[in-house]
Design a protein around this ligand. Structure first.
Ligand SMILES: Nc1nc2c(ncn2[C@@H]2O[C@H](COP(=O)(O)OP(=O)(O)OP(=O)(O)O)[C@@H](O)[C@H]2O)c(=O)[nH]1
Ligand SMILES: [Zn+2]
Length: 330
């Protein structure tokens, strides 16, 4: 039996969604085609993959979704002005990045923000270690510096036994995990190895460009034998950060948050304010200035994510004028 909340009405979980077409799974692992009642169709909160729903069976094997059950977590991302819901009730986000062309520390930071904001816990998975043997150690170190205790797994598809051992350690019966990362980094490959079957077709990497081919087109939720659920999601390119809070910045930058408590002003932006402990640490050489640059980039993204385009332009101008003022003062 799967690990579902108990309800009076039959409870199901959404394992596939495309427009108004849904697939749900029951506690006994039977899968049914499903549709929404009219009331749900016009609401703001459309059920998404990973959601628990209740409803009724009709026509023998079809399921009518009548209610959305409360969500434990919600993974969202912003694309332009829009906030897009990716999946619900995720407990673990595998932030997947390949060690070759896709490698970018700031992208990992953005994905970590996305994960923390959702309420889930992130795990970083570095793939294709075989392609950059000379850069491997340096890149692992670089990431460890910003990971702050988030586990980092390094994989290569030539060693499926190791992949299984490392990933299954996180896939307990109450887990719902999602693989996020750019297209072609190897998310489906990992999922297939963990699930021991070809759940998603992976195609041969394009010669030499290191990108792989775009193969996943829709999101699916799969249950492993032990009850853990896994979602494969198509490449989330251009990850935006849709957060109205700075909790993510705090979690990603505990070093700066810690120092900021010693700043003279509570609302110190750590730019050119007097008594700034963060700037002092940089001057003293105990904080890498790149950390502050990354911190500013993230806080700016968080700020912009809640604004419309006119507000963003205004904020940019204000920032430029502000910088000039600061220059004049010195
Ligand atoms: N050299 C090498 N290639 C890998 C590794 N893992 C995956 N690949 C290859 O990279 C290509 C893309 O892998 P996928 O698993 O389809 O990537 P994906 O992240 O699911 O891509 P999308 O479905 O587009 O989101 C395939 O050709 C894989 O065989 C690895 O560890 N080393
Ligand atoms: Zn400061």
């Amino acid at each position: 039996m799967l690990n579902f909340p108990t309800e009076q009405q039959p409870t199901a979980r959404i394992i596939f969604q495309s427009h108004d077409h849904y697939q749900v799974i029951f506690n006994d692992r039977s899968v049914h085609q499903a549709t929404l009642t009219g009331r749900l169709q016009i609401g703001d909160d459309l059920p998404v993959i990973g959601d628990f729903v209740s409803g009724q069976l009709y026509d023998q094997d079809k399921f009518l979704i009548t209610a959305l059950l409360p969500r434990q977590t919600l993974l969202t991302r912003s694309s332009g002005q829009q906030k897009q819901v990716v999946a619900a009730n995720i407990t673990t986000v595998f932030v997947t990045m390949s060690l070759n062309a896709d490698f970018s520390v700031s992208r990992v930071e953005r994905y970590l923000t996305l994960a923390w904001d959702s309420g889930a816990s992130p795990v970083i998975v570095l793939t294709k270690a075989d392609l950059e043997p000379d850069l491997l150690a340096a890149r692992q170190l670089e990431l460890a510096e910003i990971a702050f205790g988030v586990p980092i797994i390094t994989t290569t598809n030539t060693d499926p036994t190791a992949i299984k051992a490392e990933l299954l350690a996180y896939l307990t019966p109450t887990t719902t995990a999602i693989f996020v990362g750019s297209s072609g980094v190897g998310k489906s490959t990992l999922l297939n190895i963990v699930a021991m079957q070809q759940l998603q077709a992976t195609k041969a990497s394009r010669a030499n460009d290191g990108k792989g081919r775009h193969t996943t087109t829709a999101r699916h939720l799969y249950y492993l034998a032990n009850g853990a659920a896994l979602i494969d999601s198509p490449g989330l390119r251009g990850v935006g950060v849709a957060s109205s809070t700075t909790t993510a910045a705090t979690q990603n930058f505990p070093d700066i948050t810690e120092l900021a408590r010693l700043c003279r002003f509570n609302d110190c932006q750590h730019r050119s304010e007097p008594g700034c402990a963060v700037q002092a640490a940089i001057t003293a050489g105990s904080l890498n200035p790149k950390r502050l640059t990354d911190y500013h980039r993230l806080t700016r993204e968080i700020e912009y994510a809640t604004m419309n385009s006119r507000q963003i332009t205004a904020a940019k101008i204000k920032r430029m004028v502000g910088n000039k003022k600061n220059l004049r003062r010195h």
